[in-house]
Design a protein around this ligand. Structure first.
Ligand SMILES: NC(=O)c1ccc[n+]([C@@H]2O[C@H](COP(=O)([O-])OP(=O)(O)OC[C@H]3O[C@@H](n4cnc5c(N)ncnc54)[C@H](OP(=O)(O)O)[C@@H]3O)[C@@H](O)[C@H]2O)c1
Length: 431
């Protein structure tokens, strides 16, 4: 092990500056902990003239970050630019090919190219770490890839996107609609100017892809994630859920059904008894269903400068200690091409909100459709509006296959009495 580990930090935005701050603040502590000096050789961003609030004067400046991968004074490339393609992909690929370890916070890159990059890292005998890419400051990759390796994992449930969790929390506590809270989240800097990836499930899907790969020993496959976001949720859904004893959370879920891997991101009703119920605001959490340790639960800050930089530093410390762990928990040649199953085969109870005309016989026609699919109703809530206007009816069903439930809901939505697309949400009672 060498006495100095030299970093090239590509990207000096939210996370990159946090990493520089920690290296500067905890240099002596890091040296005592690792027996090795952690030093920054060079940094890169688009604008070299911008004051970033940290002293960069002792570091080399690199205009084209890909050239970091060729420098003799860089042992580890720390990729904090972002994006699944383009410069981040080129930089990571070149660094690994040139025998340099890579630490990244880039979930999009790892979800789309993880299998290829893991192989490249192995072929070149270097590390590829991405703790910060999943659930920000929570050390979930380390837990999954190291501590839980003695367990067979049956399922994993995560609140993996802080922005959507913040929006759902604010809608509930403030009694405000989705669009209003989203605007507020953007003003506070919790949501990007283009918040699409946060609210349509893509960001959580990237993270889920990586967790599923480790949990089941399969190649990461983002295309197999079924994505359902929170855009269509009404304040009424959140209030009805609460009345029924639940909170709505955007969950990334992966589980095995008859040997096939199911991956989904979707809003779910979570019961008060679940530890996920209490995870509010921008926090993240992961609940793992294991055979030996049962159901470990991890929670903490899922984003932000210092929590994310903390995870990046954890990976850097491993490299400083000479520790390299297989990227997805096993050698690439042992990772399987997963057989993926659609959500249709998942059985659960459901919340179904309908907006229907208020006239005799309406409920009979709805229950007739459900009966045809063998779906029985556990309870029903109706919220009246002004006389003659449509009403919201909320049904809670007993267990049913998602495929049956979806077809039934399509048929109900097509009935003349339905005035708006029904809203179907899975209930996760077993958490
Ligand atoms: N922010 C979080 O809380 C968080 C949490 C977990 C993971 N992540 C991940 O961490 C990564 C970085 O996120 P961030 O929030 O720090 O992003 P950010 O604030 O937008 O910073 C991105 C940095 O990359 C630089 N950059 C962009 N294009 C470049 C190019 N062509 N050449 C050189 N530098 C370039 C930018 O330069 P300029 O500053 O000059 O524009 C900027 O410094 C992403 O993969 C993100 O998904 C972020």
């Amino acid at each position: 092990m060498s006495e100095v580990l030299r970093l090239g930090i590509a990207g000096l935005g939210t996370v990159g500056v946090g990493v520089v701050e920690i290296v500067q603040k905890h240099g002596a502590l890091l040296k005592r902990r690792t027996g090795c000096e952690v030093a920054v050789s060079c940094v890169s961003a688009r604008d070299s003239s911008r004051d970033r609030g940290v002293d960069l004067s002792g570091y080399g400046w690199v205009d084209d970050p890909v050239t970091m991968a060729e420098r003799d004074d860089v042992d580890v490339v720390v990729e904090l630019i972002g994006g699944s393609e383009g410069i981040a992909y080129d930089l990571v690929k070149t660094a690994l090919s040139n025998g340099k370890s890579v630490v990244t916070a880039n979930k999009a890159l790892m979800a789309h190219h993880g299998a290829e990059l893991a192989e490249l890292a192995e072929a070149n005998g270097v590390g590829l770490s991405y703790e910060a890419a999943v659930a920000g400051g929570i050390p979930i990759i380390k837990a999954m890839r190291e501590s839980l390796m003695g367990n067979e994992i049956a399922a994993l449930y995560g609140i993996l996107n802080g922005t959507s969790n913040y929006i759902l929390s604010e809608m509930r506590t403030g009694g405000r609609g989705f669009a209003d809270v989203l605007k507020d989240a953007q003003a506070k800097g919790y949501a990007e100017a283009d918040p699409a990836f946060d609210i349509n499930g893509t960001d959580a899907g990237h993270k889920l892809t990586l967790l599923a790969a480790i949990a089941f020993g399969v190649k990461p496959n983002f295309d197999a994630v079924e994505l359902n976001g929170i855009e269509h949720l009404l304040l009424e859904d959140i209030q009805f859920a609460e009345e029924l004893g639940y909170r709505i959370k955007l969950l990334g879920i992966t589980q095995k059904i008859d040997g096939a891997v199911v991956q989904s991101v979707e809003p779910c009703l979570v019961p008060r008894s679940s530890p996920l119920w209490a995870i509010e605001d921008v926090y993240n959490a992961v609940y793992v269903d294991c055979d030996a340790v049962e159901t470990p639960f991890f929670s903490g800050r899922g984003a932000g400068r210092m929590p994310t930089a903390s995870s990046v530093m954890g990976d850097i410390v491993d490299l400083a200690r000479g520790i390299r762990v297989p990227v997805f928990g096993m050698s690439s040649m042992h990772l399987l091409d997963a057989v993926h199953a659609p959500m249709d085969r998942v059985k659960s109870r459901f919340y179904l909100r309908l907006n229907v005309v208020d006239e005799p016989g309406v409920m009979a026609s709805i229950t007739a459709v459900l009966r045809d699919f063998g779906i029985s109703i556990e309870s029903m809530v109706q919220r009246g509006r002004a006389p003659g206007e449509a009403v919201h009816v909320v049904l809670k069903t007993h267990g049913a296959l998602t495929g049956d439930m979806r077809t039934a809901v399509e048929q109900i939505g097509a009935l003349d009495v339905s005035v708006e697309k029904p809203c179907l949400i899975r209930i996760e009672d077993d958490l």
